[in-house]
Design a protein around this ligand. Structure first.
Ligand SMILES: [Cu+2]
Length: 380
């Protein structure tokens, strides 16, 4: 198999289907599911009475404007994701990855709808790209989460509609078949969607919960090959680095674990901002690997660690667990000003591999919650 893999040209990568015989199953062009199971199509839904809303997505950690609760009837919410293959710098050494992105960012943008809405996604794979891509929504039902209906070659676009029937935060990611799946995901091709309950978030006892700000943090593990001297290698295109990256991927040991595409993407001048007394909702996704978010000096007041809003949130958490392939959400009201680090509390991953973000919080210090009773002084 090693030898066969080596023979695969960039052209074969482009036609991901060529991998079918090499490793496992692969998604052929649409319709996929019908090839393996007998499928008939039921009546088309009548959506003619529903209003359509077109949403312009924004790059993480920010999130497009949305209502936290709604009394409106379900809608068809239209999004467009433009696939962009591009070189990205991922640390302060200047290490690069030939990233695969939705809308040019790692992670892709957070989409927000309400339970019962229809998501209508236009997925565009411009001719300037080299690879086949698609999208698997963990919030969608059937056809490999939509992956089986959205495989597009460079120069093609496709439109998928699914009904958002389950409330929560969910990962979406590229899944073009076989070994292409993990490769695209660890090259950055993942994001999240938030399906809010129509009547908004609740505390588990029926009381509404609101947030003043929402931030979307996508955690990304990268597997960057090194040369003989141990320096990170760079490649002309994603395809050129494929075999080397696959070898690193198979060690299951990432070289980088970062938030929003690069070490330092959410620290210093890029820190997220809030004020004392404000409540933030932090949506955290990890499409490939387990993680354990922790807000240093703060808490998770209400945490949906599995990310699904029908489950009551847990309260007062110090650290929470997000399983690889899922997203979680944590609500926290800042009580003290200062800089807060938000980390993956595998502290090696936080400090050495990059998984640290910052919140800068303005306001008045509450001496009752904490004070330095005696500054550092020589021992009496
Ligand atoms: Cu892809």
């Amino acid at each position: 198999m090693e030898n066969e893999n080596k023979k695969l040209s960039r052209r074969a990568l482009l036609a991901g289907v060529a991998f079918a015989g090499v490793v496992g199953t692969v998604i052929a062009a649409t319709p996929v599911v019908a090839e393996e199971a007998e499928v008939t199509t039921g009546p088309a839904p009548d959506l003619s009475q529903l209003t359509h809303e077109k949403i312009e997505l924004v790059a993480p950690p920010y999130v497009h404007a949305h209502e936290q609760a709604t009394t409106a009837a379900p809608k068809v919410v239209e999004f467009t994701l433009m696939i962009e293959e591009k070189e990205m710098v991922i640390d302060d050494l200047g290490t690069t990855v030939q990233a695969m992105t939705y809308n040019g960012s790692v992670p892709g943008p957070l989409m927000v709808v309400h339970e019962g809405d229809y998501v209508e996604l236009t997925l565009v794979n411009p001719a300037s790209n080299m690879l086949q891509h698609n999208i698997d929504f963990h919030s969608a039902t059937g056809a490999l989460g939509g992956g089986g209906l959205t495989l597009v070659n460079p120069g093609e676009q496709v439109k998928l509609r699914f009904k958002a029937t389950r409330a929560g935060v969910f990962v979406y990611h590229c899944a073009p078949g076989g070994p292409m799946i993990p490769w695209h995901v660890v090259s950055g091709m993942n994001g999240a969607i938030m399906v809010l309950p129509r009547d908004g978030l609740k505390d588990g006892k029926g009381n509404p919960l609101k947030y003043d700000h929402i931030f979307y943090i996508g955690e990304q593990d990268y597997y960057i090959p090194r040369d003989r001297e141990g320096n990170f290698k760079s490649y002309e295109s994603a395809g050129d680095g494929y075999e080397d990256m696959l070898a690193v991927m198979k060690t299951l040991t990432p070289t980088h674990v970062v938030f929003n595409g690069a070490a330092g993407a959410l620290t210093g001048e890029h820190a997220m901002k809030a004020k004392v007394g404000e409540t933030v909702l932090i949506v955290h996704s990890q499409a490939n690997r387990d993680t354990r978010p922790h807000l240093i000096g703060g808490h998770g007041d209400y945490v949906w660690d599995t990310g699904k809003f029908r489950n009551p949130p847990q309260v007062d958490l110090e650290t929470w667990f997000i399983a690889g392939g899922s997203a979680g959400a944590a609500l926290y009201k800042f009580l003290e000003p200062g800089v807060y680090a938000y980390v993956n509390h595998n502290l090696i991953e936080a400090v050495e591999l990059g998984a640290t973000a910052h919140f800068t919080v303005e306001g008045t210090w509450d001496d009752d919650l904490m004070t330095q009773v005696q500054p550092p002084t020589p021992i009496e």
